[in-house]
Design a protein around this ligand. Structure first.
Ligand SMILES: *[C@@H]1O[C@H](CO)[C@@H](O)[C@H](O)[C@H]1NC(C)=O
Ligand SMILES: *[C@@H]1O[C@H](CO)[C@@H](O)[C@H](O)[C@H]1NC(C)=O
Ligand SMILES: *[C@@H]1O[C@H](CO)[C@@H](O)[C@H](O)[C@H]1NC(C)=O
Length: 514
């Protein structure tokens, strides 16, 4: 059992992402609570850091305490967090330059198993608005304004804050317990997934194990792809605008009609988006002499096709892979909702173009090209190989929802293939350090995966991951069914008979898809 981990945001404008750095505990030892508390309260973390750090919090937190984070953004679902074990909570703001820095928390449990865990979060989207009330006024990366004419803030956002927090975390942990930390782990999704991969690329010895969910790798092209939807959809009241309701019913139903049964089971879940190529012409009113009015105009069909197609450069090479079919259920109110996507707009305004007044409706591929060329703070995170990390013995467990409405899971497959081509498309070599689990039916970062210590510590990598669906999505209500998630290039494949809700009816089959 590990310590609960929470996400946190940044403290001040021009201060970068905030991280929680936990030191994992396995068991709680009941002796010496008083002295642990005293040890905690007499700890002087600043004296171990050469930088001019500010101590925001130093407190002993007893097991069962419900820590409140009143300013955390509701979408983070972390207004509070019950702490499972006695721990010492340290919160610091650490400058990285005169105009930027990061804030972070270190949770030190009374009984320590020697491991450390960092969680990344934050970014232009995600749970970055968390702000403990004691830190002062916040706005963080809720807007990208912090990037405007402040390259240091972009550098912190790109890689420095995470790396430095790991260094500080390891150092403070050694001082607190009087011994060196053992294996070091990282877990993060979306932007946090990108941070994990980027860290493995730039600082290959920081972590031994990284869990990277829906990683926002190929960052600039991802943000261009997201920016491309608004010019396609047009504004919500414009002619031929496709309403969220039409996306969720007419279009989604047609997607399922064409793709749900490919895996042999009609369950509303498209098992593998690689196999689903939606023929958008079938949405056109009058297609096949249909008299149904549940259909789209030619102009609308053109838009759906533009959205569903791979995003290509003018010369025909791939800029960013196509959306996950099925993702329209949530993208209807997100990327396809007829509003500029805020984080992309901010990225272009403040980091790429340096034009706060830029109108996202005017986005074109020229902006995408500029983003790739500029690549601020080397944020792209699109390495061809992770050799140094691999040589360090590091393992990456990546996962991606197959119905991700924010980052195409096909980009994770593309990334896997890119790394695989560097090792001669040798599956064993990929299996040895990088495994990508594709999770059918899962939305963007919906539900994380557990850390797998065995892979790092005993060399036993997971072949499959069992996903659990709870009744009404409530853990307390009990298990509804479980499903087998496979690592690429294996595909979860229905046996053709048997209860499709029974895990035994599915197997991971290598379809040679690379
Ligand atoms: C350290 O931080 C304090 C408070 O922000 C500031 O007043 C002081 O000038 C800083 N010192 C250095 C050496 O940067
Ligand atoms: C549609 O109707 C036209 C005219 O009646 C007919 O020629 C055509 O074969 C029909 N197409 C289909 C697919 O039924
Ligand atoms: C196509 O265009 C993109 C963007 O300008 C460029 O990066 C890529 O190298 C080009 N590919 C080919 C095959 O010319």
């Amino acid at each position: 059992m590990g310590i609960s981990v929470l996400t946190a945001g940044m403290a001040r404008t021009a201060w970068s992402l905030c991280l929680v750095y936990s030191v994992l505990a396995l068991a709680v030892d009941a002796d010496n609570h008083v002295s642990f508390k005293e040890q905690c309260l007499s700890f002087k973390p600043q004296t171990h850091i050469s930088k001019n750090a500010t101590l925001n919090r130093l407190e002993y937190v007893a097991a069962g305490t419900n820590l409140a984070f009143p300013n955390n953004h509701p979408s983070c679902n972390r207004q509070s967090q019950v702490v499972a074990i006695d721990l010492c909570r340290v919160a610091l703001s650490i400058p990285t330059s005169p105009r930027s820095g990061f804030t972070y928390e270190l949770w030190l449990p009374e009984t320590w198993n020697g491991r450390t865990l960092a969680t990344g979060n934050g970014g232009l989207d995600g749970c970055i608005k968390y702000e403990d009330i004691s830190y002062g006024a916040a706005n963080g990366f809720s807007s990208g304004e912090a990037f405007y004419q402040n390259e240091d803030a972009v550098i912190d956002f790109s890689y420095r804050a995470l790396h430095e927090s790991v260094e500080v975390g390891k150092k403070l942990t050694s001082h607190f317990y009087g011994k060196k930390p053992g294996k070091s782990y990282y877990i993060g999704c979306s932007l946090g997934g990108r941070q994990g991969i980027g860290n493995a690329e730039k600082f290959p010895t920081d972590f031994d194990g990284i869990v990277a969910g829906a990683p926002a790798v190929d960052f600039n092209s991802l943000y261009s792809w997201r920016a491309s939807f608004f010019p396609i959809t047009g504004a919500a009241k414009s002619a031929d605008f496709i309403s969220p309701d039409t996306w969720k019913t007419t279009i989604h139903n047609e997607v399922l009609r064409q793709c749900d049964y490919i895996d042999g089971v009609e369950d509303g879940i498209i098992e593998d988006p690689i196999l689903c190529h939606v023929d958008t012409e079938r949405l056109l009113c009058g297609y096949d002499n249909s008299t149904s009015t549940d259909c789209l105009s030619a102009a609308q069909v053109k838009r759906v096709k533009a959205i569903f197609d791979d995003y290509l450069w003018p010369n025909g090479t791939l800029l960013y892979p196509r959306v996950n079919p099925g993702g329209e259920l949530l993208a209807a109110d997100g990327l396809y909702s007829g509003k500029a996507y805020g984080p992309s707009a901010d990225w272009f305004k403040f980091a790429i173009l340096g034009q706060p007044a830029w109108d996202p409706a005017t986005y074109t591929m020229n902006d995408a090209l500029l983003a790739v060329q500029k690549n601020p703070a080397d944020i792209d995170t699109w390495p061809s190989s992770l050799t140094a990390f691999q040589n360090h013995g590091g393992k990456i467990l990546a996962y991606h929802g197959q119905q991700d409405q924010q980052i195409s899971s096909l980009n994770s497959v593309r990334f896997w293939k890119k790394l695989a081509s560097e090792v001669g498309d040798d599956l064993d070599k990929m299996d040895a350090y990088f495994r990508l689990f594709r999770i059918p039916g899962m939305n963007h970062c919906g539900g994380g995966l557990c850390l797998d210590f065995d892979w790092v510590e005993k060399g036993i990598g997971p072949a499959e991951i069992v996903g659990t669906k709870f009744v009404g999505d409530s853990v307390d209500a009990g298990i509804m069914y479980q499903h087998r998630h496979c690592r690429y290039p294996y595909r979860s494949t229905y046996s053709g008979d048997g209860d499709h809700l029974d895990m035994a009816s599915w197997h991971c089959v290598n379809f040679g898809g690379y």
